[in-house]
Every structure is written in C-alpha cells, then in structure tokens.
Design a protein around this ligand. Structure first.
Ligand code: PLP
Length: 448
C-alpha cells in the first residue's frame, strides 16, 4: 500500500539495520511490543517529547520508553544525576545512601508503602509480589484478569499470541499455569463471588487502569469491590502499578482512586527511566524478606538476591525523578495535556467522518480503529460499551494497526501498537498539533 511504500522510502537506514538485526536477534528485536511488519525504526536520539531515527526523521514520541519516561527523554536533572553517579561508581556491591533515599521517597509518595524492596524490572517485582502473597497467606492460587499484563515470568504468562491473559505459552508447565484463575474484568459480581467462595486464593492481581494500561478499562466499582472482598477474606490485594505508578497521580492509581492495596508493584517511572522495579506494601507482608522479623516470628525467610537491585545509577535517576515529579506535580501536567490531546484527536475523527473512537485515562491515549465496522459516533465513544473481545481484538501488530502506526510515523508521530501511547510532562501544544495533523493524514490515506 501507499502507506507502507512511504514508510519504506523514509527509513532506509532502519531497514539496513533491521537486515543486520534479524541475523542475530529473533525477529530482529528485543521486546515483543517493538515488532512491526516489515521492520521497525531504529532510533538514535531522544529529547523531551521527541525522538529521531537513524535516517534523521523526527517523531513526536508516544512510546515514552514503554511508559517509563513521564519526565520526557533525557531530562537535564536526571542526566546530571546519572553522570555524577557514573563518576562515583556504578555498582558497589554494598548498601548506599541513594537506595535509602529512594525507598524513603517511594514510602512517602505511595499510600500502601510501609516498606519497599527494589528489583531490576517490573517482571521481577511481579514475581516477588506473588511469592510474598503466597508466603503470607499460605495459599497458592492467584486471581488475575483477561488481558492484564504483569510481565513475562511463568506465573503470569499466557497464550493466545500477544494477549498475555493467562492461558498457556510454550515452555511454561501446565501445573504452573493452573495456579492462575483468569476472570473477565467486566463482571464485578462474579469476581466478588469467587473471592468469597474459595479458600485457596493468595492474591487478586490487576492493573488499576484495566488491561494493558487501560485498553480494556475496568467497570465502575471494580477496585472498591475487590478491596472489600479481599479485606474480608484475608486475600492479598495486589495492584500492578508498573504503568500507573506516579502517572495516574503523584501517588499512582491508588492515590488517584483513594483505594489502598496490600501490595503494589512499580517499575518504569519509579526508576526514573533506568532499569528498576519495586514491591511495596504492608510491613507485615514485606517482613517475609526481613531477617529480624522472620527470626522473631520463627518463620522461614524469603530469599531475594538480584545483582542490579537498587543499583546506584537507577537509584540516582529515580531519586531525581521522584523528587521532581513530586515537587512539580508532573503527573497532573501530563494528565492535562493528554486530555487535550484526546479531545483534539476525537475532533479529527468527527471531522473526517471516521467511525473510530479515542479513549484513555490519565496521560495515555488509545485509538480504537473499529475493525469490525460497527456504527460508532466518535463524539460519544465509550470503551465500556464495546465488548471486551472487540477492544482486545483491535490490538496488536495486525495489518490495520500496523498501517495506522506507519501512517502516523510518516507524519512524524510514533505510537505503540495498541495503537496509542504515553504523554509526558514535556508534551505540549506543538506535539498535539503535529499529532492532529498526522492522524488526519493517516485516516485520509486509509480511506483512499
Ligand atoms: N506490569 C505491567 C502493568 C506492565 O506494563 C509491565 C511492562 O510493560 C510489567 C508489569 C513488566 O515490567 P518490565 O517490562 O519492567 O518487566
């Protein structure tokens, strides 16, 4: 198509790199979400809300480091902090002051965090949180929800292609998959009933945004109902704030919604854009890793090594980023910009007569490209009225979403495959304008 031809014409350098990449990297990539047919762009530089590929094309960036870059790319204060730390050493194999400061900030900002343990990624935080919940309750089953993504370790992987919703995936023993109970998120009463009736549940784990940063939003009342039912039953409520942490508000979704979980995992923004994750929550649960507390209670301690846990570079970036986002309420700034962006993109659909929808919470936006051809009025689009299978089915690296991405890229905008993405505190009017133009040109090209 014209869109793919345009894309190829502008990205010869990326195509050449892809030819090298596919010889040494499966699919030529390093993260499933970066897959694009025929090939994805290779980026050489990023600053604030923009990035540049190796061919010199400039993009308004909504990939946002998979959601990590709330402060925008290469924030000067973060760059300075990391450079300073680089000189002082990148790994001491010892405790250090920045990790203490980092933990103090997490506990100050995050309502549930009485104590925190750092990991090297969100997947590791997810793995540890599940282990903590199981040890704490003495139960093994984890209740999760269709499409909710919690990293790629065995306890939370799934089947059905790119949907990560708790079936099986090659390499994961059936016995491990069977420890997950996967529920649809749209039947709150069924979830409450399940929690009330079963006695083998360690934790109920979910993204407070709804599946994959809000692609399938949660129905009203979901989180409070889960909070009430888990509290009554002594089940751990485990909120995955890897995306929402410090984005939905300066204290994450739990602060935005005023509902405090027992355990929470964070990654991405919590580490200031460098690798890192965190498990935080009730002291009583985190104490399962504590030497003195487990000795006093005469219980076996959970082991937790990890070479890069709270490494000085991530800690330096994190302390700087968390301080900035607290003092300047950067989550709120990004939220406002994203609300303007969603409104402006909706107007494009209305003006162009395209029966798609724009939605998203906080500083995210999503395009629902309606591959089913249903009658949709973009001006009143409500994702909660779209069946879950359709919302999910419109996602991923399919031909239509791939074309939307390439069309937007041709006009200088890079989004995630959803399609949609993350707005940073550095995005503003100029970025909105460019995105409006890109979407208009893309829908026109798709209609042609
Ligand atoms: N949980 C959620 C909600 C995520 O979005 C992600 C990553 O995108 C993870 C967990 C896993 O984090 P990581 O990629 O750092 O392992």
């Amino acid at each position: 198509s014209a869109i793919v031809a345009d894309y190829r014409a502008r990205t010869g350098g990326s195509a050449a790199l892809f030819e090298r990449a596919r010889k040494v990297l499966p699919s030529g990539i390093t993260h499933d979400a970066r897959y694009l047919d025929p090939y994805s762009i290779h980026v050489g530089k990023a600053k604030g809300p923009r990035k540049w590929d190796v061919d010199g094309n400039e993009y308004v960036d909504y990939f946002g480091g998979h959601g990590a870059m709330l402060l925008g790319h290469s924030h000067p204060a973060v760059v300075e902090a990391v450079q300073r730390q680089m000189e002082l050493g990148t790994h001491y194999g010892s405790s250090h002051e920045l990790e203490v400061r980092w933990a103090e900030l997490v506990c100050e900002l995050t309502p549930c965090a009485e104590k925190v343990r750092f990991t090297a990624s969100g997947t590791e935080a997810s793995h540890m949180a599940i282990r903590l919940a199981r040890a704490h309750t003495g139960k093994d089953k984890i209740v999760r929800f269709l499409g909710h993504f919690h990293g790629w370790h065995d306890n939370v992987t799934a089947g059905a292609g790119a949907t990560y919703d708790g079936g099986t995936t090659p390499g994961v023993p059936q016995e491990v998959s069977a420890l997950s109970i996967i529920m649809p998120s749209n039947d709150v009463a069924a979830v409450v009933k399940l929690i009330e009736e079963r006695d083998d549940i360690a934790a109920v784990m979910f993204e407070p945004s709804g599946a994959s940063w809000g692609q399938v939003p949660l129905p009203p009342g979901f989180i409070q109902a889960v909070r009430d039912a888990t509290a009554k039953k002594g089940v751990v409520m485990l909120m995955d704030e890897v995306i929402t942490g410090y984005r939905w508000s300066s204290g994450g979704a739990q602060k935005a919604f005023g509902i405090t979980p027992d355990l929470c995992i964070q990654a991405k923004i919590v580490a200031g854009g460098l690798p890192g994750g965190a498990v935080s929550g009730k002291r009583e649960i985190l104490d399962r890793i504590d030497h003195a507390a487990t000795a006093a209670r005469k219980i076996e301690r959970i082991l937790h090594p990890g070479t890069y846990n709270a490494n000085p570079l991530s800690a330096a970036a994190a302390v700087t980023a968390l301080t900035l986002l607290r003092d300047e309420d950067l989550a709120e700034k990004a939220n406002k910009t994203a609300a303007e962006l969603r409104k402006a993109l909706t107007e494009v659909l209305v003006q162009e007569g395209v029966p798609w929808g724009i939605y998203g919470q906080s500083s995210t936006f999503l395009i629902y490209p309606n591959p089913y051809g249903d009658p949709i009025d973009p001006a009143s689009f409500d994702p909660l009225k779209v069946p879950i299978e359709k919302l999910k089915g419109a996602r991923g690296a399919g031909p239509l979403t791939g074309k939307i991405r390439m069309g937007l890229m041709t006009h200088g905008v890079d989004v995630m495959g959803a399609p949609g993405g993350f707005v940073s505190a550095t995005h503003g009017g100029a970025e909105i304008e460019k995105t409006v133009h890109a979407l208009r040109q893309t829908v026109r090209a798709l209609k042609a």
